[in-house]
Design a protein around this ligand. Structure first.
Ligand code: COA
Length: 258
């Protein structure tokens, strides 16, 4: 399969998916989401691949979010479709993979980037990574599962603070709050992920798939539907127009509050 926005390599039964739009800080546009969907499908079906690692190209960003330029003029309907399709095509797909997926967070993981990392089965970050859900600073809310998976990982209070402030946290804080499992030096990130992947590979693939399914079954998915509706509604607000326009014009947003 030929991809324009991602790179795939396989080594010692470990598939490495690298999101490769470094000039746009690996932001997730529609084409990248579709490519990732096909790549994860193929990797999950490939019996030779026993663990998948997903990371971002370059040292600056894992993924700096959904591509803001692509959705700034969307209607309420288009907004809810964006969230619904994205969740189904990529974020739920990653969570439901029968092959374990590790996020190797090599830099900024913001918005859809952190949501992608949170959909992975667990996360390892380099010591200079920064993580956050800045959507409210754009007049919108996380729409790729962030309102559900962040509280699952860090608890309701910490998730509320991160989503309502839209602020970023560093790796140490992320480690302390359970958002990531390990913090390593940048050059150790992929080797460390591979070391953990190799431990997983020693275990039974059928038992691993069953464990993923059983763990996932413990979390209800009603909240995801609510998130899609609420995300879509944001696209009908003046705040959303102001927030996305301000980002694209590289200025601070001045929200009218309606
Ligand atoms: N969508 C679209 N383009 C994005 C993007 C995104 N989420 N994040 C970064 N980019 C683009 C920038 O527009 C810029 O493009 P340009 O060079 O054509 O102008 C390029 O990537 C580099 O980003 P820049 O903002 O210049 O880098 P920086 O070092 O000054 O800041 C960030 C880095 C991550 C703090 C900043 O890019 C940012 O805040 N990004 C948006 C994060 C966000 O809100 N994500 C949630 C989206 S729902």
């Amino acid at each position: 399969m030929n991809f324009e926005n991602i790179l795939i390599t396989t080594e010692e039964h470990i598939g490495i998916v690298t999101i490769n739009r470094p000039k746009k800080l690996n932001a997730l546009n529609k084409a990248t989401i579709e490519e990732l969907h096909h790549a994860f499908n193929a990797l999950d079906e490939d019996e030779n691949v026993r663990v998948v690692i997903v990371t971002g190209a370059g040292e600056k960003a894992f993924v700096a979010g959904a591509d803001i330029a692509e959705f700034a003029d969307f209607s309420v309907y288009e907004g809810s479709q964006l969230a619904a399709k994205g969740q189904e095509l990529l974020f739920n797909q990653v969570e439901r993979m029968q092959t374990p997926v590790i996020a190797a967070i090599n830099g900024f993981a913001l918005g859809g980037g952190l949501e992608l990392a949170m959909a992975c089965h667990f996360r390892i970050a380099s010591d200079h990574a920064r993580m956050g859900l800045p959507e409210t600073s754009l007049g919108v809310i996380p729409g790729y599962g962030g309102t559900q998976r962040l509280p699952q990982l860090v608890g309701k209070g910490r998730a509320m603070e991160m989503i309502l402030t839209g602020g970023m946290i560093g790796t140490e804080q992320a480690l302390m709050s359970g958002l990531i499992n390990h913090m390593v030096a940048q050059e150790q990130l992929i080797p460390f992920c591979m070391k953990i992947a190799k431990k997983i590979i020693n275990n039974s693939p059928t038992a691993i798939a069953s464990a993923i399914n059983a763990i996932n079954a413990g979390f209800s998915d009603n909240g995801y539907k609510k998130e899609i509706e609420a995300f879509g509604e944001c696209f009908g607000t003046e705040d959303f127009k102001e927030g996305t326009t301000a980002f694209l014009e590289k200025r601070k947003a001045n929200f009218p509050g309606k």
